[in-house]
Design a protein around this ligand. Structure first.
Ligand code: ZN
Length: 273
């Protein structure tokens, strides 16, 4: 197995890259796919011959694994779980079985989360988990994944413990904040000072995420929303769509379009399907 991750004593993600660039004819060097998993999240990131999955969607069967196979994903270099809600982690057992070499990366703040602990036991995945604390950067050749793990206390909402990630190839960047609410968004813009032209709306387009301040701070041009068709939460919320439209940003919804693919055009992430 190619070794992609190693950890310092404080759990910062660092790169330990071996192997050469794996180019493959007819396919782009870098792409982001907001996968259509219904009401939930699963995002595929590919660059420089590496493939990462952020969240595994709401379905416990192997349909996401089959989807990845149909996309000719041969190996997964990391399965990141933003937070322990089932619409983000329920596909983990099936994915881990299909890709047995892939480490599962979860915020160390959730180490004592009771439901997560029982799920990992049930799925026999305790030994596959790399607990991530603090922040770090994973280099993937020309690309990099920045990871930030917020503080989280048991008994408080899981959403605001969501692992924050920014994936950049040169200046083309994408931010995924899981189900983080507006309470956590200043961390992205003010503390991390992340910018990105593409952002996935927080919490499936819920009204409690994706503030004006976030959109402006990032300098976003495109907003992807992962939500199920006619979902019972009525995501995305009209207020979010209003905010995004008023800011003149492009909206891309999985409930309307299915899986959405972005590649780099003119130095920024642009939708290609
Ligand atoms: Zn969610």
């Amino acid at each position: 197995m190619r070794r992609l991750f190693s950890f310092t004593s404080v759990g910062v993600v660092v790169a330990a890259l071996g192997g050469a660039w794996v180019g493959y004819a007819g396919r782009p060097a870098s792409r982001i796919m907001i996968l259509d998993v219904g009401q939930g999240d699963a995002t595929l990131i590919q660059s420089d011959g590496r493939t990462l999955l952020i969240d595994t969607g709401p379905n416990s069967d192997n349909r996401l694994a089959r989807k990845l196979r149909s996309l000719r994903v041969a190996t997964l270099d990391g399965i990141f779980l933003t937070h322990p809600d089932l619409d983000h982690i329920n596909g983990t057992a099936a994915i881990a079985e299909e890709f047995p070499d892939a480490p599962v990366l979860i915020s160390a703040a959730f180490r004592t989360h009771p439901e997560l602990a029982s799920a990992l036991r049930l799925w026999k995945l305790q030994d596959r988990v790399r607990w991530v604390s603090d922040r770090g950067t994973l280099q993937m050749g020309t690309a990099r994944l920045e990871v930030y793990v917020p503080a989280w206390m048991p008994g408080t909402p899981d959403n605001d413990g969501s692992m924050l990630t920014r994936f950049c190839v040169a200046d083309a960047c994408f931010v995924n904040s899981g189900d983080a609410s507006t309470a956590l968004e200043p961390t992205i813009t003010d503390e991390l000072k992340w910018t990105a032209n593409l952002v996935k709306a927080g919490h499936h387009g819920s009204r409690t995420s994706t503030s004006d301040a976030l959109l402006q701070g990032l300098g976003a041009t495109d907003v992807a929303i992962s939500c199920g068709r006619n979902n019972r939460f009525r995501h995305p919320h009209p207020e979010v769509l209003e905010r995004v439209n008023a800011a003149g940003l492009k909206v891309h919804r999985t409930d309307e379009s299915g899986t959405i693919t972005f590649e780099i055009r003119s130095g920024r992430w642009q939708r290609v399907n």
